[in-house]
Design a protein around this ligand. Structure first.
Ligand SMILES: *Cc1c(COP(=O)(O)O)cnc(C)c1O
Length: 392
């Protein structure tokens, strides 16, 4: 498309004309901030929402749109929109709906960042926040019935994999006209579809299982059109948009999501059963175990129990300090949902801000280890745990 041989002009325009690579078998990364028009009337139509198209990447971008379409279909939603991180998806959703005078009901066990929005940020904007005991369904129903504008759920929870009944609580919320939002990060859309259980909106930290390789951050929101649109209008001005590069990485990861999750479901169940039977392990938290308090609900709303678990050693934190460095096939790191196994103590990772007493109240033993099962050979992972436990 070059119109000049002069270096300054050629450096800018040469080769830039044909933006659609004909015959490419993957969607290109549209690293373009803006999208140009030769027809000013068409541009105006797109800008005013009367025609489909892209204008400016803070609003929409073709690579990001491809990712949004993937989660829309996987969650069975009307529409979806993407964010720069999982926390951006969560905070933009909460702030879009919870204006001054509104009331939100949620759980004590939500993700650490989410909990901070509830406890430290929203009250400053005159939003009333009620956090209930996570598995006390009667208490949650009672609080919802008192009147609430938004019910925010997360299941399974971090780090003790508590399970809440989405269908039951969504039904309670419907009676008072509250919007039901579910953070589905731990389950993934392969194992659980909250919208089919009565939720209005589903959120993912795409940084975790969806991307699956610990190399890109993003957040996704899917659900009813007018509700997603409300959050989109907030996000496009608030500016927490996802860029094309990480959108491509996440979409690439999602192509193998089902394969990874099937493997992680199977490995995690084997590992949980092994740990449960081990004399040096005091407790195992995995919803796939028949002994797990939420197993029946999990069985009714999940098609697989996921790759996340935690377990407590029979002792205090000193045992964790001895045990974790002995594991060879893990990264001791804060994230989860990756191809590689990741482990860490909640008192260093998800619940670092809490005191020992606060963790105890949440049922988090000091000897707890969060274990995110990767896609490695499961016999290798079992062997790794076996030798680390034996050396204790
Ligand atoms: C990690 C995580 C988040 C936050 O996502 P980021 O991409 O780190 O902002 C939210 N919810 C859950 C359950 C998570 O695990």
């Amino acid at each position: 498309m070059t119109t000049s041989n002069k270096k300054g002009t050629a450096a800018v325009w040469a080769g830039e004309g044909d933006l659609n690579v004909k015959g490419a078998v993957t969607s290109p990364i549209a690293n373009s901030v803006a999208f140009s028009y030769t027809d000013l009337d068409e541009w105006h139509k797109v800008a005013t929402g009367k025609a489909d198209g892209f204008i400016y990447s803070r609003n929409t971008n073709p690579t990001v749109a491809a990712l949004e379409e993937k989660i829309r279909v996987l969650e069975g939603a009307e529409t979806a929109t993407a964010f720069s991180t999982g926390m951006a998806a969560i905070s933009n959703t909460l702030f879009a709906f919870l204006t001054a005078g509104k009331r939100v009901v949620s759980l004590k066990d939500t993700y650490g960042g989410t909990s901070k929005v509830f406890l430290d940020f929203l009250p400053n904007y005159n939003v009333s926040v009620k956090l209930c005991d996570t598995t006390n369904h009667e208490e949650i129903e009672l609080e919802v019935a008192k009147g609430c504008d938004l019910l925010y759920l997360e299941t399974p929870t971090n780090p003790t994999l508590k399970i809440v009944d989405i269908k039951r609580l969504a039904a309670a919320a419907k009676k008072v006209g509250a919007v039901v939002v579910v953070d589905n990060t731990f389950a993934t859309p392969i194992n659980q579809n909250p919208l089919q259980l009565g939720a209005d909106l589903v959120i993912h930290s795409a940084t975790k299982f969806l991307c699956g390789h610990s190399d890109a951050m993003g957040g996704l929101l899917a659900g009813k059109k007018e509700l997603v649109q409300k959050v989109f209008n907030f996000r496009e001005i608030n500016g927490a948009s996802l860029q094309a590069d990480p959108a491509y990485m996440i979409a690439r990861g999602m192509k193998t999501l089902e394969l990874r999750i099937e493997r992680q479901n199977a490995s995690a169940l084997k590992i949980a059963r092994y740990l449960k039977a081990h004399p040096k392990v005091k407790d195992v938290f995995y919803p796939g175990l028949e002994t797990h308090k939420g197993h029946d609900i999990a069985k009714s709303q999940m098609s697989g129990f996921g790759g996340m678990m935690s377990f407590a050693l029979d002792g205090g934190y000193d045992l964790v300090e001895k045990f974790l460095p002995k594991l060879k096939l893990v990264h001791l790191a804060a994230s989860l949902g990756s191809v590689s196994t990741l482990a860490g103590p909640p008192r260093t990772t998800s619940h670092v801000e809490l005191t020992e007493e606060q963790r105890r109240l949440l049922g988090i033993p000091e000897s707890l280890i969060r274990y995110s099962v990767g896609i490695e050979n499961v016999e290798d992972l079992l062997g790794d745990l076996e030798s680390a436990l034996k050396a204790m």
